[in-house]
Ligand binder design. Structure first.
Ligand SMILES: Nc1nc2c(ncn2[C@@H]2O[C@H](COP(=O)(O)OP(=O)(O)OP(=O)(O)O)[C@@H](O)[C@H]2O)c(=O)[nH]1
Ligand SMILES: [Mg+2]
Length: 231
């Protein structure tokens, strides 16, 4: 196992993303590791949610994280502080991770010794939706401070998600987030998409999120069963 925190720079993508994603998916399956791709706009709370999830996850599962950011290793440092193996991928300006970047990132990780890999995508509600990484499940995070109209305005990321985490619900009384508008928007882009209301700050909803993860990891839910349109 390498050091806890590795930092890598993206290389130019040479092959088609879909082919590289297919290879990633095959590799993850053969290694027996499940992969969750976390997506949101900048600041919705992806890293905070990981910080709230990992203390439980690392005690029950063999878990690691890939962090995608345009620049800095700040998020990876936050994860490494929890004693969880993490690779920081800096994207050299790209607004999303692609399958080639993820393949490079996981070279440093002992995939056969992992149960679950979280991939925190670059903060962006548009570009990450278009790039299959070879993940099993896609989780989109929206925070209540961003506004309830986002599912309708940025439909692709919600349409291809397996779960929506509505984060920062501790701030609901301070903002004008309209739950009806949010739910109607979600229904219009993906009826039936499960939504969990959570707060990485207070821990509200974290139990339900962990139960969702555990449900996905059961043997009767094969890898890639999420149906996000890429598998
Ligand atoms: N009140 C409140 N603040 C939160 C919550 N979750 C995250 N934050 C705050 O929101 C800010 C951004 O959180 P991050 O976890 O860095 O967000 P991110 O999505 O990882 O951001 P990028 O990696 O830059 O895309 C931080 O100041 C967090 O403390 C929450 O549930 N409630
Ligand atoms: Mg982050």
């Amino acid at each position: 196992m390498p050091g806890l925190l590795e930092i890598k720079m993206a290389r130019k993508m040479l092959e088609g993303n879909d082919e590289l994603a297919r290879r990633n998916r095959e590799r993850f399956r053969s290694c027996g590791v499940r992969v969750v791709n976390l997506m949101s706009s900048p600041g919705a709370g992806k890293t905070a949610l990981l910080e709230a999830t990992l203390p439980w996850a690392r005690d029950h599962l063999r878990v690691a994280v890939v962090e995608g950011d345009v620049a800095t290793a700040r998020d990876a440092q936050r994860i490494a502080a929890l004693q969880v193996p993490v690779v920081q991928m800096n994207t050299a300006g790209a607004c999303h991770l692609d399958a080639g970047m993820l393949a490079d990132a996981v070279e440093s990780l002992p995939l056969t010794d992992l149960d679950l890999l979280f991939v925190e995508n670059v903060g962006n509600l548009v570009c990450p939706a278009a790039f299959d990484l070879g993940e099993d499940w896609r989780v989109v995070v929206l925070s209540v401070t961003e506004g309830a109209d986002k599912p309708e305005k940025y439909p692709a990321v919600f349409r291809r998600a397996d779960l929506c985490l509505l984060n920062k619900v501790d701030l609901l009384s301070h903002v004008d987030f309209d739950m009806e508008v949010f739910q109607a928007g979600l229904r219009s882009v993906q009826p039936g998409l499960p939504v969990l209301k959570v707060s990485a700050r207070t821990g509200v909803g974290m139990e339900a999120w962990i139960q969702w993860l555990l449900g996905r990891l059961k043997p009767e839910n094969p890898a890639g069963a999420g149906g996000n349109g890429f598998v």
